[in-house]
Design a protein around this ligand. Structure first.
Ligand code: SF4
Ligand code: SF4
Length: 387
């Protein structure tokens, strides 16, 4: 196994982290996979309060003598924290499920903007974090994030975090926090954990046949998953890459790749292959937005690149997945940033290097992504999350 050093505290973390969101159904198999991973060098396990049965399953296996060989990462869901006492209620339940006295990497799960962080600050979370750290119950505090780069940078700057996690893969290089966000956080000395390295499997299965042809004709035989993972590990700014592993074959393949892949190892030939693949996938993309952010800020708060990227994802990920991303990323935050907020002032268009007719495209996005279900769904989610 290759290890990467946490630049904040010197922890030696396996380049591959075990993502525990969707374990295999059979508990015996899960146990075997976890133990195999530990015996083969994986020392970072990522779960969350809201992943069904995940913390309890992980805790049960680690209690068989493995707890001190690994770092546990788990997450507090901010939207379930309505009052100060909820922090302890959730955290204590997590300790109990995980059968441990400490969480090595504790996330605020899916912080979508600074206002949500400020709501927690107003509830007293700074005092709570200080007490937990003092007691040795939280070792490192960080946040996970889905959303645009500008808001990510504001969040990074909003507190003295000890780590963060973003979605990153070769198709999202310029989306969400993206390469710019990764480099910004790393330059501030933060270890950056990566989720969705295979975009939930979408970079591996059901790809256009031309993509498989590129990989099949490459100078070396590697699976699409291996190529995608190696692309991430090529980044020296990345600390741990999570992979949601739910079969023994997957665990073995990922460990093998994680033991070989190094940072800055890609050659011109490798980058050439990725250029071909992204080109093929980009042709499926309706709006040629590169996520450069030059069109921002919009006076109406429209997150133009996120509106376009989630709309484009319809072609690659399917309508339902894209719609749910659109709602989560443009509405599940204190200030909505969806396409129909556009007042058509035109301020953004002169800044777009791709000459996208932003106003027209936003109108299409609003029509397609904000059907009759949009407002009620948004209302229910925001009410539930107290936004
Ligand atoms: S045209 Fe729409 S998206 Fe562009 S700046 Fe104006 S309000 Fe914002
Ligand atoms: S300026 Fe154009 S390409 Fe860049 S993010 Fe805005 S719409 Fe996309």
């Amino acid at each position: 196994m290759n290890y990467r050093i946490n630049p904040k505290n010197g922890d030696k973390l396996s380049a591959l982290g075990f993502g525990c969101m969707r374990f295999a159904k059979d508990e015996k198999e899960v146990e075997q996979q976890i133990i195999y991973a530990i015996e083969n060098g994986v020392n970072y396990f990522d779960t969350a309060y809201i992943y069904p049965k995940s913390e309890a399953t992980l805790g049960r296996v680690l209690a068989k003598g493995y707890r001190d060989r690994v770092k546990i990462a788990t997450k507090m869901p901010p939207y379930l924290v309505k009052k100060y006492e909820d922090l302890d209620k959730i955290f204590n339940a997590e300790l109990e499920r995980l059968q441990t006295d400490r969480i090595d990497y504790y996330f605020l799960h899916m912080l979508t903007d600074v206002n949500i962080w400020m709501r927690l600050v107003n509830l007293g979370i700074l005092k709570w974090i200080a007490e937990k750290k003092q007691a040795g119950q939280i070792i490192n505090i960080g946040f996970s994030y889905h959303g645009g780069r500008d808001e990510f940078i504001k969040l990074v700057d909003a507190y003295d975090w000890e780590f963060c996690m973003i979605q990153y893969n070769f198709l999202d290089e310029n989306k969400q926090a993206g390469k710019g966000g990764l480099e910004y956080a790393a330059a501030k000395g933060l270890p950056v954990m990566i989720m969705e390295p295979l975009r939930g499997g979408k970079l591996v299965t059901n790809l256009p046949k031309e993509v498989y042809k590129v990989w099949d004709n490459a100078y070396v035989k590697r699976s699409p998953a291996e190529w995608a993972l190696r692309w991430i590990w090529n980044h020296p700014e990345v600390t741990v890459v999570l992979s949601g592993m739910n079969s023994q074959a997957m665990v073995e393949e990922n460990i093998k790749v994680a033991s070989q892949a190094k940072a800055n190892a890609f050659t011109e030939a490798d980058f050439g292959l990725f250029n071909q693949v992204t080109q093929i996938l980009s042709e499926k993309i309706k709006i040629p937005c590169t996520g450069c952010n030059y069109c921002l800020p919009c006076p109406k708060g429209v997150d133009i690149p996120t509106c376009f990227s989630t709309y484009n994802d319809r072609e690659i990920e399917g309508k339902t997945a894209a719609l749910s991303k659109y709602i989560m990323q443009t509405s599940v935050k204190s200030q909505a940033s969806n396409a129909s907020l556009c007042s058509k002032c035109g301020k953004c268009e002169s800044h777009c290097p791709q000459n996208i007719k932003i106003r027209d495209e936003l109108a299409t996005v609003a029509k397609t992504m904000e059907g009759f279900y949009y407002k009620p769904t948004r209302f229910l989610i925001k009410r539930f999350m107290k936004l």
